[in-house]
Design a protein around this ligand. Sequence first.
Ligand code: CP
Length: 307
Amino acid sequence: VASQPKRPKHILEAQQFGNDPTLLRKVFSLAEFFEKGGESDCMQGKILASLFYEPSTRTRLSFESAALRLGGRVIGTENAEQFSSVVKGESLPDTIRIISGYADVIALRHKDDNAAEDAARVASVPIINAGSGAHQHPTQALLDLYTIERERGTFEGLTVAFVGDLRHGRTVRSLAYLLGKFSQRKIIFASPSDLCVGQDIKDYLKERGVNYLETDILGTDVLSADVVYMTRMQSERHEGAQNKNAYEQFQLTGRIAKTMRNTTILHPLPRNNEILPEVDTHPNAAYFRQARNGLWVRMALLQLMFA
Ligand code: CP
C-alpha cells in the first residue's frame, strides 16, 4: 500500500513540497484529475477567505474559482489596505485572528516578506501564502513545476534559465528553491547586474550540489535551455530610478523566439514588454497554459486540505 502524504497545515514556502515526494505527486495527480474534468465537492459548507493586501488577477481569482468549483464559498477583500480595518490601524495578527473565526482557510497576499509565517503563528485555520513581498509565492512555484512536467514530461534533469528582475521576483525565488530539491542539469540566472538573484538562493543551490551560473546577457546558453522563465521588472519593489536600458536587453522578441526550437517559454504573468505579443503564437510559448494550470493546482491544494 502506497504511503499517504501528510496534508500540510499551512502552505508557506515552496520547498515544503520538495521534502515529501509523495505530497508533490499527490498534488500533481489531483491537478491532472481536475484538468481532465474531474469533480469534487470537498469544500461543501466551507469558506475560503481571500485576503489580499496587494493587487492580483491570477492568484486571487483562481483561488476563488477553485473554492467555488469545489462547492465552497468565498469571502474576502481584494484591497485590504484600503477596504478593511487595516485603514484604521488594525495589525496583521489581529486581522488574521478575526478572519480565522469567519473562514476555514485564508489565502493571504501581503507586501511583507514574513507575512505568511506571522499569520500562521496566530491563525486557527490554514494559511496559504498567496505571495509575500519579494520572498515567496509557493502556489505559483507548484503550478510552474506542474507546467514544466506537462510541457517537458519531467521536471528533473533540466536546464532552467530565469531571466529578468531576479532580485525582487518572489516567483523566481520559490521555483528556484523547489527545483533545487530535485536533480537538475543546470540553473541559469540572467539579469542586469543590479537585479541579480539573492545570495541565499545561490548558497542553497551550492549546498544541494545544483550546478548554476549567472550572466548579464540573453545569450545562447539561456536561449537553448530546456525552460526559459521570463519575469517582469518588479517596479513596485524598486527604490530609486530604474535602468530601463539594461532591462531592454532581456526582451524576448519574435525574431529571438524563432531561434528557440526546443525551449519551453514560461512567465508567471503579468508581463510588461519583456515578452512581445508576437511570441504568443510560438508553439512553446506556454505562459497562458501555465496561468490556466494555476486553477487545477489550487483546486488540488484545497482538495488536499479539505477532502
Ligand atoms: N502570477 C501572479 O501571481 O499573478 P497575479 O499577481 O495576477 O496573482
